[in-house]
Design a protein. Structure first.
Length: 511
């Protein structure tokens, strides 16, 4: 009898939900917006396609089939072009509850990326954006070169072996160690042996999967997190591990700074005034100058943000650059020619190119830009909530509370913007339009968003650019490459970051 009552209760709840969903759809002013039939009534369709890790491809297919706006779940609509009202500077469209999945459930724990409080986000970003500015890159170049040298030595050792290299993994090792050096004046040690130090990469991957999926049903996050953070290997446990790691580094640095002030310890590289300052010292100095403006939690939050977001974006982008260069030998030859010409004009051609020099290499910049267009690092819509008063978007009047979002993959594969050859890797498309700076240039720039757009653009985009502009010229100048054709070299999994899986490459000494 109790079992029958349970089944009956569940059946009644499901029936009530179905009736409610049908009622909401029939009375919605947006019921004419097309999309998969089941997506009108439940988020299950969207959840399953995100869970498959291939939603970036599905999202492009949906817009090719249905047009500029598509329903992917009840009250969730994907748009195909950036709208200034939604993403422009001063936009009143807050992030949706999907971002709750990226937060710690505790209300006093928040980070910059998922923060839905628009005022707090703007104030925090203003406080720390100078640490990520183009002018600050010079102070980080030494850290990048240190990791780059180790990376190239590892590639040299692989070039004399009979094994292909998982380049997606090694690019992440490089990017992770760079962020460790920039943030803490201490590499994590991924580049030493290519091993996952303390399970950090696994923890980060698990955390990404968890946050991506639980955000679709954000109401469940506090309950699931409380259970899963106790289970080894879960995404919630991975998040907890990373938080503890960052706090440990901050505690160690605070102790070291205290000892230096007491004269009980010699200065480290991070403390030496003649050496570049890392993030942690800059933040600690700011805290000492104004404890109210830069609090201990700000130091923790920014340190965690660097680790969580600082490696995957760069690793994915570097993988796309190398893959497309290897697949297009004529493009690789043009890039090598430009690199050689720049080196011949230098007084010390044996030294690596500086970041400043790389910015005067138009073909290098076009290669990077095109690689990030074809394969932007993030692959899900940037969900935003329509504010009070509603908004007119893509030919429809949206009531307040509606959720709309643009996926960078959809924007980057729009043939009306980038041409009929939108699927082709062709860096020249950027050089052609940059000469005139006309309407087509403006259109392409407006639809190019590998690091997001508007007031929520990725703070660390310049650091990622620094890492790519330093490594790519040295790597392609010193080595030859060949794809390992034993398997599919460009499978991807999309849990927010669209990461290549099994990107195996033969690295050979350049003749």
């Amino acid at each position: 009898m109790p079992n029958s009552l349970t089944v009956l209760s569940i059946g009644l709840v499901l029936a009530a939900y179905l009736v409610y969903s049908i009622y909401c759809h029939l009375t919605s002013p947006l019921k004419s917006i097309p999309g998969p039939w089941i997506a009108r009534f439940t988020r299950v369709w969207y959840f399953m396609h995100v869970r498959s890790g291939q939603f970036h491809h599905k999202n492009i297919e949906l817009h090719a089939k249905y047009g500029p706006i598509v329903r992917v779940a009840p009250n969730m609509y994907s748009i195909s072009e950036p709208d200034k009202a939604v993403y422009g500077i001063g936009s009143k469209f807050a992030k949706s509850d999907w971002y709750e999945g990226w937060k710690h459930p505790s209300p006093d724990r928040w980070t910059l990326f998922p923060d839905r409080d628009m005022k707090r986000h703007a104030e925090t970003r203003k406080r720390f954006q100078n640490l990520y500015s183009m002018s600050s890159l010079v102070s980080y170049e030494t850290y990048v070169e240190e990791c780059m040298d180790i990376f190239l030595k590892k590639m040299k050792s692989f070039s004399s072996s009979d094994k292909s290299v998982d380049m997606a993994h090694w690019f992440q090792c490089y990017a992770f160690d760079v962020m460790g050096d920039i943030t803490y004046s201490e590499r994590f040690g991924f580049l030493d042996n290519g091993e996952d130090v303390n399970g950090t990469l696994v923890a980060l991957d698990n955390s990404m999967v968890y946050s991506t999926l639980v955000g679709i049903y954000a109401w469940a996050h506090p309950f699931l997190f409380a259970i899963l953070e106790k289970l080894p290997g879960s995404g919630a446990a991975g998040r907890t591990f990373l938080m503890r790691f960052v706090q440990q580094k901050i505690t160690e640095r605070n102790h070291a700074r205290t000892e230096v002030k007491k004269g009980e310890k010699q200065q480290t590289r991070g403390d030496d005034e003649s050496a570049p300052q890392d993030f942690l010292d800059k933040l600690s100095d700011a805290h000492e100058r104004d404890p109210q403006r830069v609090t201990p939690y700000h130091i923790f939050m920014m340190g965690l943000s660097n680790i969580v977001a600082g490696s995957d974006t760069t690793a994915v982008s570097l993988s796309s650059c190398l893959y497309n260069l290897v697949k297009h030998p004529s493009t690789l030859a043009k890039l090598r020619k430009e690199i050689k010409e720049h080196q011949l004009r230098r007084e010390t051609p044996s030294e690596c190119l500086t970041f400043k020099e790389s910015q005067s290499m138009p073909y290098l910049l076009a290669v990077i830009k095109e690689a990030l267009r074809l394969h932007p690092a993030t692959g899900l819509p940037l969900w935003r909530v329509v504010p009070e008063g509603g908004a007119y978007i893509a030919g429809h009047q949206f009531p307040a509370g509606s959720v709309v979002g643009l996926n960078s993959w959809v924007a980057h594969y729009n043939p009306s913007v980038f041409g009929a050859d939108v699927n082709v890797f062709r860096p020249e498309r950027w050089l052609e339009v940059e000469k005139e700076k006309g309407e087509q240039y403006q259109k392409m720039e407006a639809n190019y968003l590998p690091f997001g757009l508007g007031s929520r653009t990725c703070l660390g985009r310049h650091i990622s650019t620094l890492e790519m502009c330093k490594l790519i010229p040295e790597f392609v100048h010193k080595f030859d490459f060949e794809l390992d054709m034993m398997g599919d070299n460009w499978k991807t999994m999309n849990y927010w970051f669209v990461k290549p899986v099994g990107f195996q490459v033969w690295v050979k000494p350049k003749i």
